[in-house]
Design a protein around this ligand. Structure first.
Ligand SMILES: C[S@@+](CC[C@H](N)C(=O)[O-])C[C@H]1O[C@@H](n2cnc3c(N)ncnc32)[C@H](O)[C@@H]1O
Length: 350
């Protein structure tokens, strides 16, 4: 297919996902307001000029995504990767789960777990219904719905945002070009989407993933075991105590974790990531935008934790992560912002 046609297909595919997400959000909030009219004032509509800004940022992200693929950062086919099976299997279940999430929002009950879910041994900050999610991160249903929920939230751009770690990751690994096989750890890998992207961009690397949720790790294993080649090693572990020796990884990544951690835990996790990164290695955080880099989106940044249960988000939005990274020893920290995400690319001195 000529390049211009493939690009148009990609843009149409993404725009389709964006419209679908928008339609879903409108429909689900109308239905919620019908069933729970008292919740209506909690969710403020996004003003039109802000929607236009968001569309502009989304278009920029998609252009960068396209250009990176053209430069060979990842195969072009990755831009069209979409978990269709999961979509058709789980989309109806998303709707069936809504009444429980709305009830939780109404009751402000965010430690609501079914009796069969074992919450023992998890840190108390974690035993929460983040985003009002049924059984938090601790059930198979939650793991099956998660990617769909994130896609709807970001108008189909979640993977495009995750893909922005690939260029700095490959750049960071250039320091180890003479090494046969590099080791990359994804901290809080969730359902494994980022590891899948890294595998496509770096087929020879040894991949590792940790997460606290056994259900999400099971889902990650299901996804990653479909890919030929070496299977990433997945471990259930708290990011506060990474079960690896010092200086083990050539690169460490962490996607959408830090806004879900209390500030002191954020600090400990950064210390752990520094400890397990090799001298000369790179550590990449991708998380929500913050107020300092996106003041024009302050309205959305402020209203996000009112709509979604995100107890540590507000503090995260003003937390100086650069200072934290430098404080533990990282240097040459580069910041990037793409659509709704911010990237911290930090290096450990050789
Ligand atoms: C918002 S999700 C992000 C998942 C994935 N990185 C992604 O890109 O979608 C947050 C993830 O962090 C995990 N998590 C939260 N606190 C953790 C901790 N202290 N240690 C390890 N994983 C944690 C959760 O289980 C969940 O999978």
């Amino acid at each position: 297919m000529p390049e211009s046609l493939t690009k148009l297909t990609y843009q149409t595919f993404q725009q389709g996902k964006n419209y679908f997400g928008l339609a879903h959000k409108i429909l689900s909030s109308r239905l919620r307001n019908l069933v729970y009219p008292t919740l209506e004032e909690k969710t403020k509509p996004i003003p039109d000029e802000l929607l236009a800004k968001l569309q502009q940022r989304l278009n920029q992200l998609l252009e960068t995504d396209w250009q990176d693929a053209q430069k060979g950062v990842c195969p072009e086919s990755l831009l069209f990767d979409n978990p269709w099976d999961d979509f058709f299997r789980y989309y109806p279940l998303l709707w069936l789960d809504y009444p429980q999430t709305w009830e939780r929002l109404k009751q402000q009950n965010y430690q609501d777990f079914s009796p069969e879910i074992d919450t023992d041994g998890y840190p108390s900050y974690y035993v929460q219904n983040f985003h009002q999610q049924s059984n938090g991160y601790l059930s198979d249903l939650s793991a099956n719905l998660y990617d769909l929920q994130v896609e709807i939230l970001f108008g189909g751009a979640a993977d495009a945002m995750r893909r922005r770690i690939l260029a700095p990751l490959k750049q960071g690994l250039k320091a180890f070009e003479s090494v046969g096989q590099t080791r990359i750890l994804d901290v809080a890998c969730g359902t494994g989407r980022t590891l899948k992207l890294i595998r496509a961009a770096l087929p020879q690397a040894s991949l590792f993933g940790t997460d606290l949720s056994p259900a999400y790790l099971r889902k990650a294993n299901e996804l990653l075991s479909q890919i030929p080649g070496e299977l990433p090693q997945l471990l259930q572990a708290n990011a506060e105590e990474l079960p690896y020796v010092d200086d083990y990884f050539h690169a460490v990544t962490s996607i959408f974790l830090f806004h879900e951690l209390p500030a002191p835990v954020r600090q400990t996790v950064i210390e752990q990531c520094f400890r397990v990164t090799k001298p000369g290695g790179v550590f990449i955080i991708c998380d929500s935008i913050q107020l300092s880099d996106s003041p024009e989106l302050a309205y959305m940044i402020d209203s996000f934790p009112e709509t979604f249960h995100e107890p540590y988000y507000k503090h995260y939005t003003t937390d100086n992560l650069v200072e934290r990274l430098q404080g533990v020893g990282f240097e040459h920290i580069e910041i990037q912002v793409h659509f709704m995400s911010k990237y911290f690319i930090a290096h450990k001195s050789a």
